[in-house]
Design a protein around this ligand. Structure first.
Ligand code: CAA
Length: 283
């Protein structure tokens, strides 16, 4: 199938990053938000991302301008009727995702592929909200999207081979490596990463080591590019809590649920780099 127009729904940190790479790869990119303020914030993020790429020398100014011009911002879901592929990157709340896909199912062409960037919500439950489960898959990007090379392609027993092929091919055009994974909660990365991140918070809470010691230990001891507490700030503490809640429920394991300290920080508006700072103050 030929993919020309891609819609990204949700223009937060992940949605903006996804739209940035999709438009840079040459696709007409519809960017859909519910309200104007988050849409404008997302567009500013994308523009800043292109400016960084130009500064870094990985894009010319002309390429960056052309990519930005391929973005079609909208507050109207009905504009998504033109999309060949929809990538959903809204909040990690299952009911919101089901409602969105239920609505898109009647707006979009029956041939449109629905992909979700969910980190943890089972894809088969999203597929069930539509009348096209063969055209629904997970397409999971990593933060920061322009820099991280991976996409997890998550298939349910209903996802057709044609849908998997189309998304795999599209992922390659985005200069990402696509790995296939079955529809099991947390897929590969979060199944391994979330318990590790939460355990770091538990170590901190227990006074076993301080913040800098924990982060330094994992950077220098394991060669990770950042420590777990730094990484929680990048992912967003609210996002990590939501992922943990789904994993704990789906895999019936209480230790996958976020430590109280993380929940308190989120309640206090400390979401990490995106707002309020987190384990580290905002730069
Ligand atoms: N667009 C384009 N270019 C960008 C950019 C953007 N949005 N953001 C940064 N860049 C550029 C920078 O300008 C910089 O250019 P120079 O090298 O010319 O300075 C270059 O990319 C590198 O940027 P940084 O200096 O910020 O990068 P760094 O070397 O400090 O590395 C990092 C940053 C890539 C984030 C690295 O620390 C890292 O790999 N951290 C781990 C991240 C990780 O694990 N992510 C996965 C989280 S899990 C997840 O996302 C899934 C989930 O469901 C929760």
């Amino acid at each position: 199938m030929s993919i020309e127009t891609v819609a990204v729904v949700g223009c937060g940190v992940m949605g903006a990053g996804i739209a940035q790479v999709v438009a840079a790869a040459g696709y007409r990119t519809i960017v859909c938000e519910q309200l104007d303020a988050p849409l404008q914030r997302g567009l500013a993020r994308i523009s800043d991302g292109y400016a960084r790429s130009v500064k870094k020398g990985s894009m010319t100014t002309e390429q960056a301008d052309a990519a930005y011009a391929r973005l079609v911002p909208t507050l109207d879901r009905h504009s998504l009727a033109q999309a060949d592929v929809v990538i959903e990157a809204i909040a990690e709340v299952a009911e919101l995702k089901y409602e969105l896909f239920r609505a898109l199912d009647s707006i979009c062409s029956p041939s449109t592929i629905f992909a979700s960037n969910t980190s943890s919500i089972p894809i088969h439950l999203i597929a069930q909200a539509t009348t096209r489960p063969d055209r629904v898959a997970g397409f999971h990007f990593f933060n920061p999207v322009p820099l991280m090379q991976l996409i997890e392609l998550v298939s349910t027993p209903f996802t057709s081979a044609a849908t998997q092929d189309a998304l795999r091919q599209m992922g390659t055009t985005l200069n990402k490596t696509v790995v296939a994974v079955k529809d099991e909660s947390g897929f590969i990365v979060n199944r391994l990463l979330i318990p590790y991140l939460f355990e770091a918070v538990r170590l901190l809470d227990a006074g076993v080591a301080d913040r800098d010691a924990i982060d330094t230990a994992m950077k220098l001891g394991c060669g990770y590019p950042m420590g777990p507490l730094q990484l929680l700030d990048v992912i967003g503490l609210d996002t990590a809590v939501s992922i943990g809640d789904v994993l704990a429920r789906e895999l019936a394991d209480e230790r996958l649920s976020a430590p109280q300290r993380l929940r308190a920080m989120v309640a206090n508006g400390q979401l990490g780099r995106k707002s309020g700072g987190g384990f580290y103050p905002l730069a």
